[in-house]
Design a protein around this ligand. Structure first.
Ligand code: NDP
Length: 293
């Protein structure tokens, strides 16, 4: 079993991004700039946005966090997005999910200029991704691909089973793995809560992507000997034993799955760190107009 080390890989890629950001500053006189809108006070979202801002600073990007209380209306939020769309000093614009129930995330996602949509959630980017055209790939699947590239994992011909079909992880991951690319060229099964026999499906996988949101859900008896296991899950539980006051658990029961796997990502220290890399790379590409002119 080999650990897919998100800390090691993300630190290495961050150095490359920082060098490119420095070159960008030299040639343009400004830094790549990411704006993140955060609505309300969800504990997880606060942590994620703070981490995104901190990572931007570490690689030499400008970053701005715009905060609203959760009584902001959808119209007010969308008006602000439209204003930011027009601002030429902003390269990337993201709205942290989840949003309060009275705001439709689809409307918000579609309001963002797809050329600044560095989360890759806009239908234009998703459609272009499916067609294998230049686009912003959603940060988590992008980070997973970068991780597999780093470890030179050749996925061609593998049977990949993705557990979870969310718009931000499972669905785009299934599309990316099925594309005629490397990593890619997998035969993909996309599973969800209505899948009849999940264990049978996952047992057939050479590559398992777990994005469910349930602590230790994938257990050793569900995984084939030698499978590659990517654990996307971040399940926070209150803990008196950690400084932060909570402990993170993956969707994969590491203890029983790791001995059977060929490669596995830990939680924390795996996919979460690579997701930030996906976002930073998209923001840099937006600043350099590498995807859209
Ligand atoms: P969602 O809640 O949007 O989706 C969960 C998916 O899991 C759904 O498709 C659901 O099926 C499926 N599911 C739920 N229960 C079962 C079950 N018993 N059997 C099979 N499938 C099931 O989650 P996200 O994709 O947003 O996130 C998943 C996890 O990944 C969470 O822990 C989240 O915190 C984490 N995450 C981590 C990131 C990172 O950077 N590491 C980034 C984003 C998310 P159905 O569609 O039928 O309801």
């Amino acid at each position: 079993m080999q650990l897919l080390d998100g800390k090691l890989v993300s630190e290495k890629i961050k150095k490359d991004i920082a060098n490119e950001a420095a070159d960008f500053l030299m040639t343009t006189g400004r830094k790549p700039h990411l704006v993140a809108i955060l609505v309300g006070h969800d504990g997880g979202s606060e942590t994620y946005v703070a981490s995104k801002m901190r990572n931007c600073q570490q690689v030499g990007f400008d970053s701005t966090n715009i905060r609203y209380e959760d009584d902001i209306t959808e119209e007010q939020l969308i008006n602000k997005i439209r204003e930011l769309n027009q601002d030429e000093t902003i390269d990337g614009l993201i709205v942290q999910l989840p949003l309060p129930k009275h705001i439709d995330p689809e409307n918000v996602t579609e309001a963002i200029d797809y050329k600044k949509d560095v989360d890759g959630f806009h239908p234009v980017n998703l459609g272009r991704m499916q067609r294998n055209l230049p686009c912003f790939i959603p940060a988590t699947p992008y980070g997973i691909l970068l991780m597999m590239e780093h470890y030179k994992i050749n996925t061609s011909g593998m049977h990949a089973v993705v557990v979870g079909r969310s718009n931000i992880v499972g669905s785009p991951m299934s599309i990316l793995l099925a594309r005629n690319t490397q990593p890619g060229n997998c035969t993909v099964t996309l599973t969800h809560s209505k899948t009849k026999d999940l264990q049978e499906e996952v047992l057939r996988a050479d590559l398992v992507i777990a994005a469910i949101g349930k602590k230790n859900f994938i257990t050793g008896d569900m995984v084939k000997e030698g499978a590659i296991v990517i654990d996307v899950g971040i399940n926070r539980e209150v803990s008196t034993k950690t400084k932060s006051g909570y402990k993170l658990y993956g969707d994969v029961d590491f203890q029983s799955v790791a001995p059977k796997s060929s490669y596995i990502t830990p939680v924390p220290g795996g996919v979460g760190l690579m997701t930030i890399i996906g976002l930073l790379k998209n923001t840099l590409a937006a600043a350099k107009k590498e995807v859209y002119s």
